[in-house]
Design a protein around this ligand. Structure first.
Ligand code: NAD
Length: 296
């Protein structure tokens, strides 16, 4: 298959590389010449604009962009994809954006004969490199089936979540819970240690008891509990606080539109926001435990 790929950042770069590895022909665009050069080195063809990707004889186009502003610009802009793409070309947006924007862009694409799926991912940069991402996909079943071979080259779990926008709904609901659970684990670990418990023993109890969750077991925020967690290397690598903040912002904004209360989601957003303001936006989000502890 010939696939167009736009947005070759921390996630998109390795994802496009996996499409090449699977034997697809890939045309790429990114405003960063360096990001394009790396993919060309790996066998991709360079394009100079979104329009050039749309005008190449592609069967499908995948986008992996920072936020809704760029997604709207790339698809709906004057010289964007929709203005130039042939009818029938399958469009897949894997960026994490709000469900309303995803539905709006997909509706405009469908109106001109281009099926479009929202297919945000979880699994981080490690999953992108290893080709083991989870794709949460919203859109028509027939289009989901058509996207199968493309998504399978980049991911392991590919789940149809329902109609257009529902991939984004699944993504932001999961990440809101993750943001909340990390704060909960941080609070409990800090309390236990302040009251005299050994952090490793406490984590062991939690992880064999009812408080167990991903944030306690796989990414425990207390330094030294897990050798390979970001907490044990100064909170470097991992999932940045500012990325968590972005996803909590999407969740609370979507909740506002739906008039749905997200009491803990909003509180977690404010915690990460003040933590980011203190200059910690680049640290793994588990570093939020610093709000509860005196610096050693
Ligand atoms: P990134 O900032 O590393 O990459 C974004 C890329 O998009 C950059 O290379 C940038 O030059 C490019 N870009 C910007 N404007 C563009 C345009 N108009 N046309 C084409 N390319 C353009 O971001 P990332 O970490 O790769 O994340 C991409 C998306 O994936 C985001 O929506 C993010 O929330 C989501 N996501 C990230 C992670 C993660 O761990 N990094 C995990 C899951 C989901």
């Amino acid at each position: 298959m010939h696939i167009g790929f736009l947005g070759l950042g921390n996630m998109g770069g390795p994802m496009a590389r996996n499409l090449l590895k699977a034997g697809h022909s890939v045309s790429v665009f990114d405003p960063s010449n360096q990001a394009v050069a790396v993919l060309v080195e790996a066998g991709a063809q360079a394009a100079t604009s979104p329009a050039a990707i749309a005008q190449a004889q592609v069967d499908a186009i995948v986008t992996m962009l920072p936020a809704a502003t760029q997604v709207k610009q790339v698809y709906l802009g004057q010289d964007g994809l929709l203005a130039h793409v042939r009818p029938g070309v399958l469009l897949i947006d894997s960026s994490t954006i709000d469900p309303l924007s995803a539905r709006e862009v997909a509706a405009q694409a469908a109106a001109q004969g281009n099926p479009m799926l929202d297919a945000p991912v979880s699994g981080g940069t490690g999953g992108a490199a290893a080709g083991t991402l989870t794709f949460m996909v919203g859109g028509e079943v027939a289009d989901f089936d058509r996207a199968g071979p493309i998504l399978a080259a980049m991911g392991k779990n590919i789940v149809h979540c329902g109609a257009s926008g529902n991939g984004q709904v699944a993504k932001i609901a999961n990440n809101m819970l993750l943001g909340i659970s990390m704060v909960g684990v941080a609070e409990a670990m800090a309390l236990g240690v302040a009251l005299g418990m050994d952090a490793k023993v406490l984590a062991g109890i939690i992880n064999t008891s009812s408080g167990r969750c991903w944030s306690s077991e796989i990414n425990n925020p207390f330094p030294g509990v897990l050798e390979n967690a970001p907490a044990s290397r100064g909170y470097s690598g991992g999932f940045g606080t500012d990325l968590m903040l972005k996803d909590l912002g999407l969740a609370t904004e979507a909740a506002r539109h739906a008039r749905q209360p997200v009491l803990l989601g909003a509180a977690a957003q404010q915690l990460y926001q003040s933590f980011s303001l203190q200059g910690n936006g680049g640290l793994d989000f588990s570093a939020v435990i610093k709000l509860y502890r005196k610096e050693a």
